[in-house]
Design a protein around this ligand. Sequence first.
Ligand SMILES: [Zn+2]
Length: 414
Amino acid sequence: MENNTLRINGQRLRESLETMAQIGATPGGGVQRLTLSDEDKQARDLFVKWLKELDLEITIDEMGNIFGRRPGKNNNLAPVMSGSHVDSQPKGGRFDGILGVMGPLEVLHTLHENNIETERPMVIVDWTNEEGSRFAPAMVSSGVWSGALERDWAYDRTDLAGNRFEDELIRIGYKGAEPCKAFPLHAYYEYHIEQGPMLEMEGKTIGAPKGILCLHWYDIYLDGTANQVGPTPMEGRNDALCAAAEMILAVNDLPERMGGNMVATVGEIQNYPNSRNIIPDKVHFTVDIRSWDDDLALAAWDKVQQDFVKIAEQRGCPIRCEETWRVNHQPFDQRLVERVLQSADMLGYSNLKMVSGAGHDASYVNHVAPTAMIFVPSIGGRSHVEVEATTWEDCEAGGNVLLHAMMESANESD
Ligand SMILES: [Zn+2]
């Protein structure tokens, strides 16, 4: 009970975030720390140095995940873990991922300087390649750790320059000896910026997602007939880009047609030969569908696929659709979700139970251990961009919620 007055050091948390933001800093005020790049290595080196200063027991596994363990009174009990990722999007922000690594680091620092022992050990983790922008897909190392993805398949992923994941892991010196395999966990908390506008809109400081939306990815390939644009009449054209344009709008209309409760996006398109005076004869685009309701997302895909076939027929453009990735919606451990909300209440922070539209490592950890997340507001709801920001007060508030949620879980004997 006397621990209720304990608080993290918000100034120190800010300094660690500002120091990390210098690694891969971009002129626009963001960071670029692509996974397994030299900047990723630099951030890891600094992280490991800070773990050593807190006398943590450090292990690095064969996917490059970095764990720092703080012993408890009873080291036979399963630990409480928290972490996120130090890698970033290209021209990404200074808070996505790194807040969830510096947050628990500050928690452990606070316990360390106050000589506070917990019943259970505590573990901090940096997951390799959460972003998936250099090596697709995302969350690959928590995926391997949880048993959802194969290690050797992950090793063979290549970036646009043809570099292999495993070779780059070796190059930066972070291919560890420890098998990448889930170990028993009593609880996992991931601290993260919201990356959306809900908390700001509702005027709340702390968010506790009840879970993560399902995520369905598809790739669409269209064929048309290339020809000189001048002499070819409009009638009888097989313009693959026009077909794609109609399809993209059909995707955009989908959530409304399905009755809301989902988002659907085309974020990537390639047009060939991409010349102003040739009718496009090949188009590739992506579809991303997310919902709390997996069946609704699948029904939406069925519906839009029928539209695609109709449009493709009308335009005389053969179509091929591939499912690329599917993660079912992930309800978190409701007891831990409530604990996050209660900790926020105890600390006097306004709070909101919500859902997470973005994927996180917590999604895969949730397969094997009781999991919850702590969100703090993103200013203007912006993320994955250089202007991404969260106030220092909110960073500190989330850190305090993490501290108390972790301590409470770590003092449970069963
Ligand atoms: Zn993230």
